[in-house]
Design a protein. Structure first.
Length: 154
């Protein structure tokens, strides 16, 4: 992950960038995430890494979401704050109110046990779902790595 400084509104903030498959992921001190795909930008106001699948489902319920996508070894759900397609094509920016990510292994166990109450589709069902899956997976591993470092320091 590369650290950079950028000026924003008269103040400078340190950002971290990580190159993904088709995007650049940027974390900022303001706790929101920005994803850049070429000139387009997607802003995620609240990236949430669920500690468990139960936590994932609670977040989904609280946000009023009923559909999630699985991508590689993560499950992802996104709440859209504004009309995604309209904003994306008009001004190159989409805003998601939140992106919730959990580990896929837990989802598979829960599915076998019969306790998962939301629809989960493969992310390859649409380009946007695939992109959200890639973003969610990147977020998940960035946070997982940070949590591991904190545990080792303790």
């Amino acid at each position: 992950m590369a650290k950079k400084k950028r000026r924003k509104g008269g103040r400078s903030e340190e950002i971290e960038e990580e190159e993904g498959l088709k995007f650049t992921f940027v974390t900022t001190p303001s706790a929101k995430a920005e994803v850049r795909i070429g000139a387009e930008k997607i802003t995620i106001l609240e990236p949430i890494i669920a500690e468990s699948l139960d936590d994932f489902m609670r977040w989904m319920q609280a946000a009023g979401l009923s559909v999630a996508f699985h991508y590689n070894d993560v499950v992802v759900a996104a709440g859209i704050m504004e009309d995604y397609h309209k904003r994306l094509y008009e001004d190159g920016e989409a805003v998601f109110s939140l992106l919730i990510v959990a580990r896929m292994q837990e989802y598979q166990k829960k599915l076998i046990e019969g306790g998962f109450q939301v629809e989960v589709f493969p992310a390859n069902c649409s380009p946007i779902a695939t992109l959200l899956g890639e973003i969610g997976e990147t977020l998940f591993y960035i946070f997982e790595e940070a949590f591991e470092e904190l545990r080792e320091e303790s």
